[in-house]
Write a protein of this length. Structure first.
Length: 297
């Protein structure tokens, strides 16, 4: 099944708002085993969605009906990346970057553990400006120690942006690239990965999610994939880039990375989507995976 996708960029990125609402909704789960750890997400929710969050059961029903798999995917992704961040902190991180940060709250949620690290957030200018305005107006946290860098990944040089803002190429670094790669062209994805393949210290790593290439080419047989493609088209952010697991492996090898993890929907369910009773709460969208590339020490 084919869907005609057209690109239309806005001054701020709509997907950041959608997943913020979902994270805020998940943080209200009664079951601690599946509660989303992003307890600050609600602080970034504005307008009609603030009212909707007061009716979590209805909002969850509407999410599952309109965007099947998105709720479970977002929950698994937040937990997966949080776990990697904590694990890397335990092994002595010196620098953390969030690319395409949206309303990511990790630098505030992990502020104590991140105390000795250099911190950078890179994002589309309009999205970043609006986030900083919300942080200021709602007094969400102290962000003076974070270096905010506006960037358009398809038109700006990540090398120039980072190196001119104090990025250190020899530090042990974690790069978090969540919910971004599938919106970019292949040149932009390659530029980012090429830069970090040579500009990170030993023991560094980059975690990101990616779309499967056959989904990008029009295969919507994966659970929730058609609805996801239609949503992305309507939001003006059509999906553009994907890889197969074999292509991911080839890319990692060509850049000198080792693959620490590459997990799909089944692993997501068993690792992150089981409630206290042991039952899986649902299926994530089936056309996305999580990858974690590392550099040997």
């Amino acid at each position: 099944m084919k869907v005609d996708l057209q690109r239309d960029r806005d001054e701020s990125i709509g997907s950041a708002d959608t997943f913020t609402v979902m994270r805020a909704l998940m943080a209200k789960e009664d079951d601690l085993k599946i509660r989303n750890p992003d307890y600050l997400a609600e602080k970034f929710v504005q307008g009609k969605w603030e009212r909707a969050l007061k009716m979590p059961n209805m909002l969850r029903y509407l999410c599952d009906k309109k965007y099947p798999g998105a709720y479970c995917y977002a929950l698994a992704r937040t937990k997966h990346i949080d776990n990697i961040l904590q694990s890397e902190l335990d092994s002595g991180l010196e620098q953390v970057l969030i690319l395409g940060a949206g309303n990511d709250s990790r630098f505030m949620r992990f502020s104590k553990q991140l105390g000795g690290c250099q911190l950078f957030e890179l994002d589309f200018p309009g999205t970043q400006a609006r986030k900083l305005e919300v942080i200021r107006d709602r007094e969400i946290g102290d962000v003076r120690h974070i270096r905010y860098i506006p960037i358009d990944f398809e038109n700006d040089s990540i090398s120039e942006k980072l190196l001119s803002h104090g990025y250190s190429s020899d530090k042990k670094t974690l790069v978090i690239w969540e919910g971004v790669t599938f919106y970019l062209n292949i040149e932009a994805v390659n530029e980012v990965l090429n830069f970090f393949s040579s500009q990170m210290g030993d023991g560094s790593s980059i975690v990101f999610d990616y779309a499967l290439s056959d989904f990008i080419d029009g295969n919507y047989e994966y659970f929730g994939s058609l609805e996801s493609a239609l949503w992305s088209e309507k939001a003006g952010e059509p999906y553009a880039f994907g890889m197969s697991p074999q292509q991911l492996n080839d890319l990692a090898c060509s850049l000198g990375f080792v693959i620490k993890d590459d997990i799909g929907p089944e692993e997501m369910k068993h690792q992150y989507l089981k409630g206290s009773d042991g039952a899986v709460i649902g299926d994530p969208i089936g056309c996305f995976r999580f990858a974690h590339f590392g550099k040997d020490e």
